[in-house]
Design a binder for this molecule. Structure first.
Ligand code: BES
Ligand code: ZN
Ligand code: ZN
Length: 469
């Protein structure tokens, strides 16, 4: 992808206009077409036999609105864009973040469900010119590319059918990604997990036909200023287990590894951008199915942290796998910050719908930093309380704690409270519940599909981490 400061006239052109930049434009073809640069107004003209697309941004200034407009244009014209060398003209009146988001939107809008798209995007990379005079162009173009690459791979993986991404397949996939991106790869199977006391994770895998894979990928730049653990819920398919889910929407539960795909996408973007953060990406991979060997409601299970857990509902499996992943990685990696991200509860969807993820943290400042980035990017997070009274309802008669409350209310909070019990009081732990935002309606699919939520949020956050924080 080439960055140039002046447009050329003999090449297919995508030209973004704000109301403001249209007034200043001196473009002869504008006199022949009706175009006012209104929000989401698209016009098409021919100039020297080449397509000339005009895209109106109206008065929009937010990153999310700019992405959405660009994505909607790109989705409609994706074939034409991919066919030819193209220049993209960005409005000078927009700052680097706004220009970056126009590019992220434009690239993201090219996504299709055929899995070759991520690859082909990288292939026609060379046929795209970005026209901007912005001094930070080099940085923000690279950023837009890296985030898109991370998002596409994350989305491809989440959209895969469950029979194509069981834990054994995933383990190999992560291994291949590790060699492609230069990460250290480690995976623990059943025996090793047992040795490490990951009994709560293993309980979920007990019914499975596929071996569990507790995978860690490590990105370790020499100039790292902080050590961060990113844990992604990695349930390759969630039937609910013995507490089986209704079948109506069960096929959507291939999305129950949305936390894992967000972490993977973020790791890709962070690596491409060479961010100075040492990252451990942790994926406790298994499905949650049922068979004669399944874990049962009423079972009392041991865990890495040494606490016993009374299982009440086998459909609350994510927190079983994350409890061990948290405790293990906190003890093992001694990181400055530990973040887990998970499609954890239906409760967060009832509370926030599709507009934000739920966020919890032991560190108010950290929570505020992520929330601010969420507000800027439009990949929003919204905080919930973790008052001690909630922990009262997780007391069990037969174990140290149970994994859900007897009251069917505010499970999003009980889930976080449960996880907190396995964090060894880590001072900078963050939990993000993305059940409402990871998988939703998209222009590129008829049914719900992966949104790529979180890759931009977490990448921007990692980029904002300073040594003195
Ligand atoms: N994977 C689900 C949560 C989920 C729900 C993700 C909707 C995406 C969309 C999780 O494992 C689950 O089933 N949670 C139960 C917990 C309940 C049994 C306490 C739920 O939310 O119903
Ligand atoms: Zn479940
Ligand atoms: Zn689940």
């Amino acid at each position: 992808m080439q960055i140039v400061s002046q447009p050329q006239s003999d090449i297919q052109t995508i030209h973004f206009f704000t109301k403001e930049s249209l007034k200043q434009a001196q473009l002869s073809l504008l006199s022949n077409i009706a175009f006012e640069a209104g929000k989401k107004e698209f016009a098409h003209a021919l100039s020297q036999d080449k397509n000339y697309f005009l895209i109106g941004l109206g008065e929009e200034t937010t990153q999310k609105a700019l992405r959405d407009i660009a994505a909607s244009f790109a989705h409609t014209y994706r074939k034409k864009i991919a066919e030819e060398d193209t220049q993209i003209i960005l409005p000078e009146s927009l700052d680097e973040h706004q220009q970056e988001n126009l590019l992220i939107g434009l690239f993201s809008g090219l996504y299709t469900l055929d899995k070759k798209e991520a690859k082909s995007f990288l292939q026609w990379d060379h046929s795209i010119k970005i026209v901007t005079q912005h001094a930070q162009a080099e940085e923000f173009v690279q950023k837009a590319k890296s985030i898109t690459e991370g998002k596409f791979i994350a989305m491809d993986l989440l959209n895969l059918p469950p029979n194509h991404k069981n834990s054994e397949i995933l383990k190999d996939f992560f291994k291949n990604m590790a060699s492609e991106y230069g990460w250290e790869f480690n995976s623990m199977g059943r025996e090793e997990c047992k040795k490490q006391n990951l009994h709560s994770f293993l309980a979920v895998n007990q019914a499975s036909a596929h071996k569990p894979a507790f995978v860690t990928l490590q990105y370790k730049p020499e100039n790292a200023v902080k050590k961060v653990v990113l844990i992604g819920k990695c349930i390759t398919f969630d039937t609910g287990g013995v507490s089986i889910k209704p079948s109506e929407n069960m096929h959507l539960m291939k999305s129950d590894m949305g936390g894992a795909t967000t972490v993977l996408g973020t790791l890709i973007a962070a690596t491409q951008l060479q961010l100075p953060v040492h990252i451990y990406a942790v994926f406790p991979a298994t499905d949650n199915v049922l068979s004669a060997t399944a874990y049962l409601p009423g079972d009392v299970i041991a865990s890495h942290a040494g606490k016993t857990i009374e299982v009440i509902n086998t459909d609350a499996e994510g927190r079983m796998t994350l409890a061990d992943a948290l405790s293990y990685s906190i003890k093992e990696y001694q990181a400055d910050i530990v973040l887990d991200i998970a499609t954890l509860t239906g409760s967060v969807v009832r509370a926030l719908g599709y507009q934000a993820a739920g966020i919890f943290s032991s560190n108010d400042k950290l929570l505020e930093q992520i929330q601010n980035i969420g507000n800027e990017t439009g990949e929003r997070v919204w905080p919930f309380p973790m008052w001690d009274e909630y922990a009262e309802d997780l007391k069990s008669d037969v174990a140290d704690l149970k994994h859900i409350s007897n009251t069917p209310l505010s499970d999003v909070i009980y889930a976080a409270k449960f996880l907190q019990a396995f964090t060894h009081d880590h001072k900078s732990w963050v939990h993000i519940d993305i059940a409402g935002v990871a998988f939703g309606s998209n222009a590129y699919s008829k049914d719900r599909s992966a949104t790529g939520y979180g890759v931009q949020l977490l990448t921007n956050w990692l980029q904002s981490i300073k040594a003195e924080d």
